[in-house]
Design a protein. Structure first.
Ligand SMILES: NC(=O)c1ccc[n+]([C@@H]2O[C@H](COP(=O)([O-])OP(=O)(O)OC[C@H]3O[C@@H](n4cnc5c(N)ncnc54)[C@H](O)[C@@H]3O)[C@@H](O)[C@H]2O)c1
Length: 231
């Protein structure tokens, strides 16, 4: 959990071949993007790639990519480039996804169903071990092969599976209570989809996902483009 906690402080401690270094948060945020690009290259049977090829696949510029990878002690080989499989392993290890992370999802409505059915979590090392909902009418429903259980079972599930990461997909009005119960149960990292700010004690990390904010940013730029076109 050390690297996840470090996100909160803006820096994480990196394992390097020579000495311990700090990785800037912006670099940490790009590591999963590199990991996804490298996974695609591995799947396509690519053994080595240049920084330019990897940068293009990840959608960043190559100088930034080389700088980012230097924090991991990865410099590639002149004339050959990066060993794709090894670099993927290095990044996965740095992020912490070479190990399996049991995850609980709370709130099994529209979004909770979609998240539970998303196969991309498992393939990236996140195993959904429980689906929890406060609504008794949802009990007994099976989503992606997992029973929907009572939210009251949270403590037992966290203990049983050693869950460190919880996902909130409840209405905003319930999110703070759900977060409090997660923290009490021992969860120390929360992915919050509810459109509200949740308060957590020190040592607990929260990442927020809000697609409507992304759409609003696009709307802002779209509005400017349209204004420029008609000016
Ligand atoms: N972040 C995003 O981009 C994004 C996208 C879509 C929806 N959302 C948000 O995700 C949340 C869920 O959306 P939805 O469409 O699935 O809603 P929904 O109403 O279909 O599902 C919400 C579920 O949460 C359960 N719930 C309510 N209170 C609870 C509690 N205290 N403990 C446990 N379960 C509880 C309900 O019984 C219900 O099953 C909303 O907050 C919505 O705004 C976010």
């Amino acid at each position: 959990m050390a690297s996840l906690r470090g996100w909160r402080e803006g820096l994480v401690s990196a394992r390097t071949t020579d000495s311990a270094r700090d990785i800037p948060e912006a670099t940490v945020a790009r590591l999963p993007v590199y990991l996804r690009a490298l996974t695609t290259l591995v799947d396509n049977g690519t053994a080595t790639c240049s920084s330019e090829e990897l940068a293009a696949a990840a959608g960043v510029n190559s100088a930034k990519l080389r700088k980012d990878l230097s924090y991991l002690g990865s410099y590639g080989t002149r004339g050959v480039g990066y060993d794709v499989d090894y670099l993927r392993y290095q990044i996965a290890r740095e992020i912490g996804v070479t190990q399996d992370w049991p995850v609980v999802i709370v709130g099994i409505g529209n979004l909770g169903h979609a998240l539970a059915n998303f196969s991309g979590f498992r393939s990236r090392g996140f195993r959904v071990v429980a689906l929890l909902d406060a609504d008794p009418t949802r009990r007994g429903e099976v989503v992606a092969g997992i029973d929907v259980r009572d939210f009251a079972d949270l403590d037992a599930i966290v203990r049983e599976h050693g869950v460190a990461i919880g996902v909130i997909a409840t209405p905003a009005t319930a999110a703070q209570d759900v977060a409090d119960r997660m923290v009490e149960a021992g969860i120390s990292s929360i992915l919050n989809f509810a459109p509200t700010v949740i308060a957590v004690p020190a040592g607990v990390d929260v990442r927020k996902v809000d697609l409507s904010i992304e759409l609003q940013i696009l709307a802002y730029h779209e509005q400017r483009k349209q204004a420029e076109a008609t000016a």
